[in-house]
Ligand binder design. Structure first.
Ligand code: FNR
Length: 190
């Protein structure tokens, strides 16, 4: 069956480089035959995770939506900015909410057994690579299989064309390839 991939960035910024980046990978996945759902975490604002809030009110509606989207997809394409050498609080917070157990759901229902490809873009020279180290570790610990290939795109301020594609055709191809490879692996796992 057609692999279903959820694509999103760990940034809410409207002009986010990471949103642009993950959309390129998503196009690569689509071209390889995946059904891709792109979501913007700006559309799903969440309170900072608080155990008391959860006990009083349960999962916020947007966390439930995010969790259901994760449950409905086998593959994940995630591009996260690096903030102070780690992933963004927005992304970690969304992961934390979606990781919470619920009655009638398997433990880590949103994450266990998913296959993910991660990437980053940054104005800096390392492209956000240090953040990916943390993101990979976190996802692995919640039972996501994170594929070995990842890309950290440096100098993001000069990397993109106005239409969202990458200036360097080789870079464009390698980001698309991330989505292509994820799709092919999901097809093999089917
Ligand atoms: C940053 N930025 C940043 N960049 C980086 O390469 N390494 C880092 O450690 C940090 N730290 C950091 C902390 C905070 C609080 C902010 C707001 C920013 C810069 C960051 O890469 C830049 O803002 C990107 O444009 C963010 O990604 P999006 O939103 O364009 O996808």
């Amino acid at each position: 069956s057609t692999p279903k991939i959820l694509a999103f960035a760990g940034s809410t910024r409207i002009e986010s480089y990471n949103k642009k980046l993950v959309k390129i990978a998503a196009a690569g996945a689509q071209a390889a035959g995946a059904e891709v759902t792109y979501i913007d975490l700006r559309d799903l604002p969440l309170p900072l995770y608080d155990e008391d809030l959860e006990a009083q009110e349960g999962l916020p509606a947007n966390a439930r939506t995010f969790k259901d989207l994760l449950i409905a997809h086998q593959g994940l394409l995630i591009a996260s900015p690096e903030y102070n050498s780690s992933l963004t609080a927005v992304l970690k917070n969304a992961i934390d909410w979606a990781s919470r157990p619920a009655p009638n759901e398997a433990p880590l229902a949103a994450f266990a057994g998913k296959v993910a490809t991660i990437m980053s873009a940054s104005p800096g020279a390392l492209g956000g690579l240090r953040g990916l180290v943390h993101l990979r570790s976190i996802l692995g610990n919640i039972k996501v299989l994170v594929l070995p290939d990842q890309i950290a795109l440096p100098k993001a301020y000069e990397a993109f064309n106005p239409d969202g594609t990458l200036v360097d055709p080789k870079q464009q191809e390698s980001i698309q390839k991330l989505g292509d490879s994820l799709t092919k692996i999901l097809l093999k796992l089917n």
